[in-house]
Design a protein around this ligand. Structure first.
Ligand code: RB5
Length: 148
């Protein structure tokens, strides 16, 4: 199951991504927003992030105008590594090296054709492990120190 969420700025791109992924057979859970009415991105970033952190969803895709506010919000949830990507190389390497579990996109900064390619790259790339697992564990250590 893939968690997906956006604010109003990302709503249209979210719909396009959902259509694209549903056609490929992915199961999606939409955590809102459900209209283009102005709303607050942290609410939707947190909802998707909690679904990924709990294991309910394997990965997440979150979208706002720039992708920045919603990624900052999602990254406040323990266990979340949300990566804002505007190119396929970053999407590939954030999976290979950072084991990113959420992809953030900016609907006002990334065209929909490129966004769909970024999504496909993110979902089809596995974590490389090895020395990168040590580094990802060090990220978790930071979280633990912060919450101690
Ligand atoms: C909403 O206008 C906009 O601030 C939001 O979509 C996002 O870009 C925030 O980072």
């Amino acid at each position: 199951m893939i968690a997906i969420a956006s604010d109003h700025g990302g709503f249209e791109l979210k719909k396009e991504i959902m259509k694209h992924l549903e056609a490929k057979g992915y199961a999606l859970k939409d955590f809102g927003t459900y209209t283009t009415d102005s709303c607050d991105y942290p609410i939707y970033g947190e909802a998707a992030a909690r679904a990924v952190a709990s294991g309910e969803c394997e990965r997440g895709i979150i979208i706002c105008g720039t992708g920045i506010g919603i990624s900052i919000s999602a990254n406040k949830v323990k266990g979340i590594r949300a990566a804002l990507c505007a190119d396929c190389y970053s999407a590939e390497y954030t999976r290979l090296h950072n084991d990113a579990n959420i992809l953030a996109l900016g609907a006002r900064t990334t065209g929909s054709g490129l966004a769909l390619k970024i999504v496909d790259t993110f979902l089809s790339t596995e974590f490389e492990g090895g020395r990168h697992a040590r580094r990802v564990a060090l990220i978790s250590d930071i979280e633990d120190r912060e919450r101690a």
